[in-house]
Design a protein around this ligand. Structure first.
Ligand code: ATP
Ligand code: MN
Ligand code: MN
Length: 313
């Protein structure tokens, strides 16, 4: 087999390798465009990206996709903390839930995730301490068969316009798979209490229905496969209690080790595919700037947005 034309990433620090079992296990096999990614390289990626990645995942219940034999082997989605897990993967009890969830809080937690071959990180849209108070909305644009990326880009802009009209600043992310996510930060410290998940879900559905009504040939809020042909499914269901979405900067357990990559609207206008960014490229590059730096400052209470939407309707 011919070697891929891309240089291998630098070898991770020896002391970090020492903490990993099977550091040379291949989690992502090589493809024509990308070299292999080993467990040690995943750990290295998590450590390098910790300043950007931790704010996205820390202190939130975390579902993790584990691929102990690599992405082509058996994989499983883990939500709950189990006996024998590293104490760095801190169990957290959510009121009303019988089993504790997993949270991490620091670089050690990220390293422990690499150790168990966690190749995808999916946080809740709420913090573990306040699980019923959403602080993120995620609009997940899922292209049906036959939808090209230019159409997804245009759809993202239309969604952005609706959110703007609600007073919400939104931020795009390439999913690393087939689509794009549009993310909004919610303010959570209102007098009289912040909105809960039922309101968040109703709001997200309302916004998506608005787009569907405006342009039913392009959009659907129906999950059924048949309806999705040639349309974009506006997946509002990320916005619910216990629902997750892929974390910004998380790798994806797909060929070539693509990343869920937060980007700016300017970058989206120039983007050509949702899996354009790769883990191995990031291992060799300087840490990127956070394209979402403005997000926290732009957070708005959901109740204000609901009010603006009501007046608009
Ligand atoms: P794409 O752009 O390809 O759609 P995506 O990350 O948006 O990528 P979806 O298929 O739309 O992928 O998945 C939506 C979300 O559902 C995921 O991000 C994840 O948080 C959650 N999810 C995925 N797989 C599982 C699973 N096996 N169990 C529970 N939740 C899952
Ligand atoms: Mn999606
Ligand atoms: Mn989806």
């Amino acid at each position: 087999l011919a070697k891929p034309a891309i240089a291998a990433a630098p070898t991770p620090a020896p002391e970090r390798r020492a903490k990993l079992s099977n550091p040379d296990r291949v989690l992502w096999p090589a493809t024509e465009r990308s070299p292999i990614v080993t467990k040690a390289m995943l750990a290295d990626y998590y450590m390098r990206m910790a300043p950007l990645l931790l704010p996205q995942v820390a202190a939130r219940p975390l579902s993790i996709l584990r691929t102990p034999d690599g992405i082509d082997g058996e994989s499983f989605f883990q939500r709950h903390a189990t006996k024998g897990m590293s104490p760095l993967l801190q169990p957290v009890v959510i009121p009303g839930q019988p089993k504790p969830y997993v949270t991490i809080h620091d670089e050690g937690g990220l390293l422990a995730l690499a150790q168990i071959s966690a190749t995808e990180l999916h946080p809740w849209g709420a913090r573990a301490a306040t699980p019923e108070v959403p602080d993120r909305l995620v609009f997940d644009l899922d292209p049906g068969p036959g939808v090209d990326f230019a159409t997804i880009r245009a759809a993202a802009q239309r969604l952005r316009a609706v959110l703007d009209a609600c007073g919400m600043t939104s931020f795009p992310r390439l999913s690393g798979g087939k689509g794009v996510h549009i993310v909004v930060a919610l303010g959570t410290s209102q007098r009289g209490g912040a909105a809960g998940w039922p309101e968040a879900k109703a709001f997200a559905l309302h916004v998506c229905k608005l787009l569907e009504r405006e342009d039913p040939a392009s959009f659907t809020t129906t999950m059924s496969k048949r309806v999705r042909e040639g349309r974009i499914f506006l997946d509002y269901l990320r916005n619910a209690s216990k629902a997750t979405a892929i974390a910004s900067w998380s790798p994806r357990a797909r060929a070539g080790a693509p990343l869920a990559r937060p980007i700016s609207w300017t970058m989206l206008a120039k983007a050509t595919s949702p899996d354009a960014y790769r883990l191995t490229e990031q291992l060799q590059a300087r840490a990127p700037r956070d394209p979402w730096v403005e997000m926290e400052a732009a957070a708005i209470p959901l109740k204000h947005a609901i009010e603006r939407l009501r007046r608009r309707a």
